[in-house]
Write a protein that binds this ligand. Structure first.
Ligand SMILES: O=C(O)CCC(=O)C(=O)O
Length: 270
């Protein structure tokens, strides 16, 4: 039975298309998770921004993505059967021009439905200065909007996909302290500005789906059952990381990233 707080949060999610300020771990725990990411980056030799399925090679993102504070809410939204589809770090380095244009997540992922929720968990302060997310309340109810693609090198999105003519005054800033998260619906229109702060802006971006949803843009796809049952079997099984940064972590991340780029029709990473 869901608690009154969970019920209120779920109502807010369906009303606005997002929910902000969910307390997942303490600031100290968030710092410990950030240290694990940065140690992994040192060992692997490059930054882990936008590499797909990091939870299959690192324990820290797996633990955060399966934290009950997130899963209890996701269960209220999606129902008892939950697959973890993807986990990526989205990192804006200090004082850089990288930004995220106004977009809807579900546009390119190839699913045949909308039973998807994204979480964004802060591992450093996400503020107006560091380029936290902004959302347009209620925009998930407008359905899929036209998005124009381009190749702006400063746009974090793979195809720089952009919804034009947004009334920016309607947008709500979603600042987060380390350890807090937001959730958003796959049709909620959102964006973020460059990081003008002196620290990295690090978010852990997580996608949850129901087993019912099918991938329409690839013969096979993979996900991990993290709650309930999968009575459909549409996905091959992703396994959680069970050791510190396996020797083939780089190849596995590249393969997962290539796969998603193929699905979304984006240029492949080298
Ligand atoms: O990290 C950001 O600034 C944007 C992330 C985003 O677009 C998303 O989580 O869907």
């Amino acid at each position: 039975m869901a608690s009154p707080e969970l019920k209120t949060q779920t109502k807010q999610y369906w009303q606005d298309g997002f929910l902000n300020g969910i307390k997942v771990v303490s600031p100290d725990e968030a710092t410990a998770h950030r240290e694990q990411l940065e140690e992994a980056e040192r060992q692997i030799g490059y930054g882990l921004h936008y590499h797909n399925k990091v939870h299959t090679v690192l324990r820290s993102p797996y633990e955060l993505a399966t934290h009950p504070a997130l899963l209890d809410l996701v269960e209220e939204i999606l129902g008892p059967d939950i697959l973890l589809y993807n986990v990526t770090y989205i990192i804006k380095e200090p004082q850089t021009a990288k930004f995220v244009s106004w977009h809807q997540d579900l546009t390119y992922w190839g699913f045949d439905g909308t039973e998807e929720v994204s979480a964004w968990l802060a591992l450093s302060p996400a503020t107006a200065e560091s380029g936290c997310m902004q959302m347009i309340p209620g925009s998930h109810r407008q359905g899929l909007k036209e998005q124009v693609t381009s190749d702006d090198p400063d746009n974090v999105l793979l195809q720089s996909q952009t919804i034009e003519d947004i009334r920016e005054k309607d947008a709500v800033l979603c600042p987060l302290k380390p350890g807090e998260a937001s959730l958003h619906h796959g049709w909620t229109i959102h964006a973020s500005q460059p990081n003008t702060s002196a620290d990295r802006r690090i978010g852990l971006n997580i996608q949850y789906i129901t087993p019912k949803m099918k991938q329409t843009k690839a013969e096979t796809d993979s996900a991990m059952l993290i709650r309930g049952q999968d009575c459909f079997g549409h996905y091959e099984t992703d396994a959680p990381a069970d050791e510190w940064l396996p020797g083939d972590a780089g190849e596995r991340l590249l393969a997962a990233t290539r796969k998603l780029h193929d699905i979304t029709g984006s240029p492949n990473p080298v």
